[in-house]
Design a protein around this ligand. Structure first.
Ligand code: FMN
Ligand code: SF4
Length: 518
């Protein structure tokens, strides 16, 4: 029987040489005349092991990693095609603790299948949610999503079912589904992994969203920095059209839905939904005032669902397994699973899908293995560049929207960036203000002017100029930005700044005093 070797085609694996590894394995197969083939799969999300090569054996899939092209002859010599022993062998893939302890609902197929094989997709439960949705009315689909407790994974945690109901009930014959795949948050990559590793799941979720709300056209808005995701999504859409999964009659149902991928130039603010809509319409990516809500007047003035990739990709399993199944995972009002993305100075960086409810300490220390440098963790930033910095003393915070909000933090898109004790938190506070100044769309004063004044104020503290007065001024400025900004870019920049000041006051001691202390 032909042996299957899997080499990921995910951008994170490609960045560390997966193409060269795949080529080396193909050459060796040819040279040795063995009956084996290479399949390019998505990533399993164990990024420190990439390129992680897997071999399908009678004992299950065996993983080897991180593999370099130079390792390939040795792997063949060690009979890796039969799962042979080798220092790079990680054992059975599903037994690797980082994978074994996950609850993979959304990422169940990612890294398992060939992303562009519709046969693989169907073989691993693909289209089951859509098939159920085809037998339901729009109101029933919306009710199921509402009952599941799914909240938007793009950052704000808004209930997806309520958003869909607003669009369903909105008058109008033209409605749109817009998938927010801009993924600008630092340390996040779950959207990209879906698009590169399981694109049909996103297509399935978007078709269901269209059926639920009466929209017949969808757009996936992503950034030009994601060339592999764009290419894979476009190819998947073509395959889906050829299979009648997209087009005038979805699987012969008589219901229409079609999709397009659109590339943005990579402005952080274009991830904000109204700015994104302007960009999609070909205008400058500037934030629109709300109301009107995009659900009522969105793309080209029509009712529009704007949802994050993970929100939409979570829908097929909800429809397939039922809302109660999904709702039972999690804690409090945070239902289901969340793909946590671990990045920065962390030993085991990658994607970890789990039910809401783990503590931050468990995530960083037990799952992430602490810092890569081996030094103590000083801070973690949760929720992207607008998220708060948490010190280890807050590691008992449970991963849940409300628990983070209660401690002046946010989950955002579930990215966690780890820093060791060499980080200077004053510099991080300055960076947050500078980031806001660079990325501000310029529409409102607290953000446009406040962020620049913020950088100057942090600089004055750093130089020992009236430090106490300037710290008070910084707090006052943050207050104005928080309550006076039109969108969360200006409104949430105070979170990293104020959390740095609150939890790490020792880093805001002016330079002359610091030197004296040394
Ligand atoms: C500055 C800024 C950047 C944002 N970037 C993203 C992004 O990259 N991806 C995303 O899904 N949501 C992003 N959002 C949130 C969106 O505005 C919106 O809430 C989200 O797409 C709604 O989808 P959801 O309900 O599925 O979360 C951003 C918001 C702000 C204020
Ligand atoms: S807060 Fe900043 S990004 Fe948001 S609308 Fe105002 S100027 Fe634009």
């Amino acid at each position: 029987m032909t042996i299957t070797v899997f080499v990921p085609c995910d951008a994170a694996a490609l960045a560390v040489g997966a193409d060269k590894v795949a080529a080396a394995i193909s050459r060796e197969i040819e040279a040795r005349g063995v009956d084996a083939r290479v399949v390019r799969n998505g990533s399993r999300g164990l990024l420190w092991l990439e390129p992680m090569v897997e071999v399908r054996t009678e004992h299950g899939r065996i993983a080897y990693g991180p593999v370099t092209p130079g390792d390939v002859p040795e792997l063949f010599a060690a009979d890796f095609l039969q799962g042979g022993a080798h220092p790079l062998c990680q054992g059975r893939t599903r037994d690797i603790p980082f994978l074994r302890n996950q609850t993979r609902l959304t990422f169940a197929r990612c890294g398992v299948t060939d992303p562009l094989s519709l046969d693989d997709f169907r073989a691993y439960s693909g289209l089951k949610g859509l098939e159920k949705a085809l037998a339901m009315s729009p109101g029933e689909i919306v009710a199921a999503v509402t009952e599941s407790g799914l909240r938007g994974r793009g950052g704000a945690g808004f209930p997806t079912g309520i958003k869909w109901k607003t669009v369903l009930d909105a008058p109008g014959t033209t409605k749109y589904i817009v998938c927010n795949a801009d993924e600008g948050d630092s340390g996040t990559f779950s959207d990209r992994m879906v698009m590169e590793g399981d694109p049909f799941m996103l297509i399935e979720g978007m078709i269901i969203a269209g059926m639920a709300t009466g929209a017949t056209k969808g757009y996936i808005y992503t950034r030009s920095e994601y060339p592999h995701a764009i290419e894979t999504m476009r190819r998947a859409i073509t395959i889906a059209r050829e299979a009648n999964l997209l087009g005038p009659s979805i699987l012969g149902s008589g219901r229409a839905f079609d999709l397009e991928v659109r590339e943005g130039a990579g402005a952080y603010v274009c991830g904000e939904e109204t700015s994104l809509l302007n960009s999609l319409e070909g205008k400058r990516g500037i934030v629109r005032a709300k109301p009107p809500l995009p659900a009522l007047q969105g793309l080209f003035g029509c009712p529009t669902v704007v949802n994050n990739v993970i929100s939409l990709a979570s829908v097929p399993v909800i429809l397939d397994r039922g809302p109660a199944f999904y709702r039972d995972f999690g804690v409090g009002r945070s239902h289901g699973t969340i793909p946590i993305q671990l990045a920065g100075n962390v030993k085991h960086g990658g994607l970890y899908e789990t039910a809401f409810g783990l503590s931050l300490g468990e995530i960083v220390n037990d799952i992430g293995g602490g810092t890569l440098s081996g030094r103590p963790v000083k801070a973690v930033q949760v929720g992207g560049p607008l998220g708060a910095y948490f010190p280890p003393s807050l590691f008992d915070t449970v991963f849940d929207y409300e628990a983070f909000a209660a401690r002046d933090g946010l989950i955002g898109h579930a990215g966690i960036v780890v820093f060791d004790d060499t980080v200077d938190m004053l510099k991080q506070a300055r960076f947050a203000m500078e980031f806001c100044a660079i990325e501000s769309c310029g529409k409102c004063t607290p953000c446009r002017i406040g962020s620049t004044r913020g950088v100057e104020t942090v600089d004055r503290i750093a130089h020992g100029i009236e430090p106490e007065q300037n710290k008070a001024l910084l707090a006052d400025l943050c207050n104005t930005m928080k309550f006076g900004s039109l969108c969360a870019l200006g409104g949430f920049t105070p979170y990293p700044v104020m959390s740095a000041l609150k939890h790490f006051p020792e880093d805001f001691v002016p330079a002359p005093v610091k030197e004296a202390a040394e």
